[in-house]
Design a protein around this ligand. Sequence first.
Ligand SMILES: NC(=O)c1ccc[n+]([C@@H]2O[C@H](COP(=O)([O-])OP(=O)(O)OC[C@H]3O[C@@H](n4cnc5c(N)ncnc54)[C@H](O)[C@@H]3O)[C@@H](O)[C@H]2O)c1
Length: 278
Amino acid sequence: MTIDGAGTLGRRIAAVYAGGGSDVRIFDTSAEQRQAAKDYVEQHLPDIQEALGLHPDRVGRVEVAADLPGAVEGAWMVIEAVPERVDLKTEVFGELDRLAEPDAILASNSSSLPTSRMIGNVKHPERVLNTHYYQPPELNSVELMSCGETHDGVIEALMQRIPRYGLVPFRVRRESDGFIFNRIWASIKRECLMVVQEGVAAPEDVDEMWNIFTRPGIPPFRLMDRVGLDVVLNIEEHYASVRPGLSDGPRELLRQYIDQGRLGVKSGRGFYDYGEPS
Ligand SMILES: NC(=O)c1ccc[n+]([C@@H]2O[C@H](COP(=O)([O-])OP(=O)(O)OC[C@H]3O[C@@H](n4cnc5c(N)ncnc54)[C@H](O)[C@@H]3O)[C@@H](O)[C@H]2O)c1
């Protein structure tokens, strides 16, 4: 299988599939990101296998490909994880449809965009769908959503296969801007941003209270830092475009951090300081 876009999520998904025994090829337009993704997989694979209970006969081979045709050759599935922009994803899906094997599944990891918006250049939409991953290995659910023309057999086959990788698949029952849990999370996250933007609380206070009121996990501001504040902003912009009336406050707060280069864990600083960029 192939990962197209090897940033925060692409490299995690690559590690999960390799950990479950599938050979993985990684492509990214940035040579630096390609190598960083390979390093990430090599470093984290044993921990990911342990967390997800993966004991395949052999670990998947992980390779980096410098061009897209080479990356998708022979792949049974291609997972797109490029930035959250509909124009870019439309272009990428057009290329994948042209270059990938005729029976390859083409999946988008978009956080908020339905694949129906990305198939303008695709001749075979019956093999395209959303597969939305969170932050595996801790958050190991995957939501599968049709592009409107996805062959039912493709969704069924993935529902059967995905548990092999220690992941829990959920079928999204109709097209949605955003998925099942991240829509729920969107409202929680938005109010978290709002209380901080209004000066009611500091990010640390929200996270500490969250830990009191919910079972321990990754609290909201730590999680947004891990996701990347630029990615959170893109997602919020999309929600704002389809839901008129949403307050601009949360997006203003995100822009303030982004303008200072504070993108979260990947830039070394976000709501929290992490030292070196990862
Ligand atoms: N970060 C998260 O926690 C998370 C969770 C679920 C879904 N997603 C979604 O996954 C996608 C990627 O998000 P991310 O956080 O990994 O972003 P990111 O910015 O960390 O990574 C994106 C990668 O895509 C590469 N890229 C850019 N243009 C490309 C192209 N044309 N072809 C190939 N590679 C290209 C970039 O070099 C970069 O390495 C987005 O759609 C996002 O909404 C992210």
